[in-house]
Design a protein around this ligand. Structure first.
Ligand SMILES: [Zn+2]
Length: 287
């Protein structure tokens, strides 16, 4: 597959047009920067306030009070996790993968925020630690903790000709939300949204622009820590793709559990920290 239409002859200035330098869509200099020193000081004295082990090819939920820390850790073997985050008091406010990508790039690491949906559009979590922060962008253009991908799901499986597979992340997250809230599966499913692909190593091919994945560099003990800026309900699926080095949407790949822990700072929320307000746009939309 190529991106070039062979039936067209390029204009004489094609190379000049291609040579125009890009500009960043959303320069982030004006974004309020997280005070990582403050968060790290809170983290230093934090104690475990709760934990749940996510079984392979399944999902679990945990509540993370505002000012606490959600730690996701690889245990036993390389494993990718698909994370959904909600405002625990209002499920309509949820993680917005696309805007997070627009603001921070295709992958997130320490210092990046996870943003919520319209109309609140505020940071609902801040990455305060990432043991894979050494990875950067590899020779293939791959990086870790992807906000490109959506989540593996049974509908795309059907579309591409596969059989019905019920332990895709979408279905796992749907069951986990139903368990967390008492909702039926039918009521829970529409709340499931595009994920943060924790530990997943992905990119786009240079020649065809296709989304690729490769075996995650994550190893047992690796972790990412998210500071909860609001009260969060977190759902995590241990993807049936395992390390996502070969395939997903099947029982073929070796899969491992993931650990979710909630850490409570010693002194309660960090001194001087307050939960971000919803976006101040007045919502008049020109009327
Ligand atoms: Zn998955």
């Amino acid at each position: 597959m190529t991106r070039i239409d062979p039936t067209l002859s390029p204009p004489p200035d094609a190379e000049t047009r291609r040579g125009v330098a890009p500009v960043i869509c959303y320069p982030t200099e004006t974004l309020p920067q997280p005070d990582l020193a403050l968060y790290r000081a809170a983290r230093a004295g934090a104690r475990r306030a709760g934990s749940v082990t996510v079984p392979p090819r399944d999902a679990r939920h945990i509540h993370v009070p505002a000012g606490h820390i959600l730690r996701i850790e690889s245990v036993e073997g390389p494993q990718v996790g698909d994370l959904n985050l909600f405002n625990a008091a209002d499920l309509s406010e949820r993680f917005y993968s696309g805007k997070t990508r627009a603001l921070h790039g295709t992958h997130v690491t320490t210092g990046d925020r996870l943003w919520s949906s319209f109309p609140t559009l505020r940071p609902i979590a801040t990455v305060i630690a990432d043991s894979l922060g050494w990875y950067g962008i590899d020779a293939y253009g791959g990086s870790v903790h992807d906000v490109i991908g959506t989540r593996c799901d049974p509908y795309t499986g059907r579309l591409l000709g596969g059989s019905d597979y019920h332990h895709c992340c979408h279905s796992n997250l749907t069951r986990a939300l139903a368990d967390a809230t008492g909702m039926t599966l039918a009521k829970a499913e529409p709340h499931i949204h595009d994920v943060l692909n924790v530990f997943m190593c992905t990119g786009f091919t240079r020649d065809t622009g296709q989304y690729f994945m490769k075996a995650s560099p994550v190893r047992p003990g690796d972790h990412i820590e998210l500071f909860a800026e609001i009260d969060l309900l977190a759902l995590l699926s241990a993807c049936p793709g395992g390390d996502c080095g070969s395939e997903h949407s099947s029982d073929t790949a070796p899969c491992h559990p993931l650990l979710m822990e909630v850490l409570a700072p010693e002194e309660g929320a960090p001194a001087g920290w307050t939960s971000p307000e919803p976006n101040p746009y007045d919502r008049s939309h020109g009327r």
